[in-house]
Ligand binder design. Structure first.
Ligand code: DX5
Ligand code: ZN
Length: 229
């Protein structure tokens, strides 16, 4: 993997929704690679967030790819609606999905990018059979459902394991991390092999503003790329 190319995916969960369009535009100007949208149903995770109308509005506010992280019990049911709203990619959880392969194929049939997500207690080994079918893997570095949580350091060896699996079986597959990503944890996850970083509070809740916060994360990512894995 070329460790120099690190992508930033600001998560709007922590954005100021009164100024959502402006905040996303600011993130785009500051070099965001994609916008991460957290969809929660109060059932798969103990929280509610947003649905397809937000994606539809964002579609008019940015040209960046809109990545939709589905933390919902029945992802298949909503794929068409989000695709019509403008989602470019879907992140679907391994947990609770008895037919993950089918869900992945459905996303592909819609001509969208697809990623599989694993929660902190889920071992990397579950990815073995699905890896070749996906464009990205997302390793949750907190338990899903909320922003502003602390990074779980025991996820680092898992990130390293998945990086090896990807390099051996699906080169080019993105390895993304989500949860507690800030200037302190960025060098660690990059060093472990992550190449896409989701960050919510470290981008949208910083007093210094979106652009300065993103610059700080990029600087931290460079520290990770220059150290040895
Ligand atoms: C949590 C979500 C994250 C969340 C991350 O379930 O999947 O995308 O926005 O928030 P921070 O970056 O604040 O940990
Ligand atoms: Zn997320």
């Amino acid at each position: 993997m070329d460790k120099g190319i690190i992508k930033l995916a600001p998560s709007i969960l922590s954005a100021d929704f009164v100024h959502l369009g402006q905040q996303v535009a600011e993130a785009e100007r500051a070099g965001a690679d994609r916008i991460h949208i957290d969809v929660m149903d109060g059932h798969f995770v103990p929280n509610l967030s947003m649905g397809a109308p937000i994606v539809e509005s964002l579609r008019r506010a940015t040209r960046l790819p809109l990545e939709t992280h589905l933390m919902i019990s029945d992802p298949d049911f909503f794929l068409n609606e989000f695709t019509e709203a403008g989602s470019d990619s879907f992140l679907v959880h391994w947990e609770g999905n008895n037919n993950l392969h089918r869900t992945v194929q459905r996303v592909k049939a819609l001509d969208r990018r697809v990623g599989v997500v694993i929660n902190p207690a889920t071992p990397a080994a579950v990815l073995e059979e699905i890896l070749r079918d996906v464009d990205q893997v997302l390793i949750m570095t907190v338990n899903p459902g909320f922003g502003h949580q602390h990074f779980i350091p025991t996820m680092l060896p898992k990130i390293r394991r998945v990086r090896l699996m990807i390099d051996e079986n699906k080169p080019g597959c993105d390895l993304e991390v989500d949860g507690g990503i800030d200037a302190t944890t960025v060098p660690l996850v990059v060093d472990a092999g992550a190449n896409v970083l989701v960050a919510g509070s470290a981008i949208f809740s910083e007093k210094e503003g979106v652009a300065a916060a993103m610059k700080r994360l990029r600087t931290a990512a460079n520290q990770g790329t220059t150290s040895s894995r």
